[in-house]
Design a protein around this ligand. Structure first.
Ligand code: SF4
Length: 381
């Protein structure tokens, strides 16, 4: 059993990940601050920060069921969407002053329609995401960001300046740099941190003020420098896939001997893989270039499958992984197709690959552990 991380920084982060509202958000609101929820990592947090808002990445942690949502969605909609709408109907997002949605998939689009229909939030804005990421689409997406900027300025009576955007970009790039430092430590033969702990750190970063979060990351890094995990693991694993914000899922993998040393998920590695280019003069263009084209994409983008394959293979090699686990939400068509492609690509690369389907809320991990255990054994570990 590993000795828990001692620093107070980590316990603050774990608290922020374990639920929706957290003390950092309460403190922010008590000082008159406004919060804004956003669905999808392709939305520009910097724009919210420059508007003086606290961005909160939407998730349904702690949801106890989809009863409410199931009256508006069919049971072959993914449970992420159904849990989110159930939480919304129960008032679980009342701490938010608005929500920004993006048409990342048809199910989220339906969520947006129902969100408006039930008048869940005082402010709701939809950003239209292109399907490709060439120069024309980047230019187009910049237009979408300008529309969002205007909409936030009008509703929240704030002014978002280019100076404010550059400052927000600098803060967020610092966050990404510090998060990369945490990931770099996992390249060690005996990493000082587990995949579950790393996920708590990454999810916390989407639910608290960034400047405070960066302070906590620096504090945490000093402890991690000298920490070593006591537990011996049988295999080094990379996890790839879509929305995964629950450390208990990673814990289940690690309890049967697979140490998760890196990931390409949208609450994890894809958030900090590279920085917004601060040399691009127009900060709005820089944000669009970053969020649409520079950072590793998801299968929503139809022109970057080969880039995604290379990113996945390079990462697995860089972190000396023995195998890759591909997780996807049940009824998620996009990741269904992606996993089909990945199976062929990783076979060619001779990298062992395990596909796992899951519900949004982790429960009954017995089957998950059995599958991972068998996977580790097939790798001769
Ligand atoms: S998991 Fe798939 S289906 Fe569900 S919201 Fe995400 S992309 Fe859409």
């Amino acid at each position: 059993m590993n000795t828990p991380i001692k620093s107070e920084a980590f316990s603050i982060m774990t608290q922020a990940t374990a639920g929706l509202e957290n003390p950092a958000i309460d403190e922010w609101k008590a000082q008159g601050g406004k919060t804004i929820g956003y669905f999808c990592s392709m939305l520009p947090e910097e724009l919210f920060l420059a508007g003086g808002l606290l961005p909160f990445r939407m998730r349904a942690t702690g949801s106890e069921g989809t009863d409410g949502g199931d009256s508006y969605f069919t049971n072959n909609n993914c449970t992420f969407v159904r849990h989110c709408f159930s939480v919304a109907l129960d008032g679980g997002y009342d701490f938010l002053d608005g929500v920004v949605v993006i048409n990342s998939c048809d199910q989220i689009r339906r969520l947006y329609d129902n969100w408006l229909h039930k008048d869940i939030s005082p402010f709701v804005h939809m950003v239209a995401l292109p399907r490709q990421s060439g120069p024309d689409q980047v230019e187009w997406y910049t237009g979408e960001f300008h529309r969002l900027r205007k909409s936030i300025e009008e509703h929240f009576k704030v002014e978002i300046t280019d100076k404010g955007l550059r400052e927000a970009i600098a803060v967020m790039n610092e966050t990404r740099r510090l998060q990369r430092e945490v990931y770099e430590l996992r390249k060690r033969e005996r990493p000082p941190i587990t995949g579950a702990e790393t996920m708590a750190i990454m999810v916390a970063g989407t639910a608290m003020p960034k400047v405070r979060y960066n302070e906590l990351l620096r504090e945490l890094l000093t402890e991690l420098e000298t920490r070593e995990l006591e537990t011996t693991y049988r295999a080094r694993i990379m996890v790839t896939g879509g929305i995964l914000d629950d450390p208990t899922w990673m814990e289940a993998v690690e309890e049967v001997g697979g140490l998760v040393v890196t990931d390409g998920t949208c609450f994890g590695g894809r958030l900090m893989h590279c920085d917004v280019d601060e040399d691009i003069v127009d900060p709005m263009e820089a944000l669009s270039q970053y969020y649409l084209a520079d950072r590793p994409s998801c299968p929503r983008m139809i022109d970057t499958q080969v880039k995604r394959k290379n990113y996945t293979v390079d990462l697995a090699r860089e972190f000396n992984c023995d195998g890759i686990i591909g997780e996807k939400m049940m009824f998620c068509d996009m990741w269904q197709v992606e996993q089909f492609m990945m199976t062929m690509d990783l076979k060619e690369e001779e990298i062992p690959f395990l596909k796992l389907e899951r519900e949004y809320i982790t429960s009954g991990t017995g089957q998950l552990k059995t599958r991972v255990q068998a996977f580790i054994e097939t790798m001769g570990k």
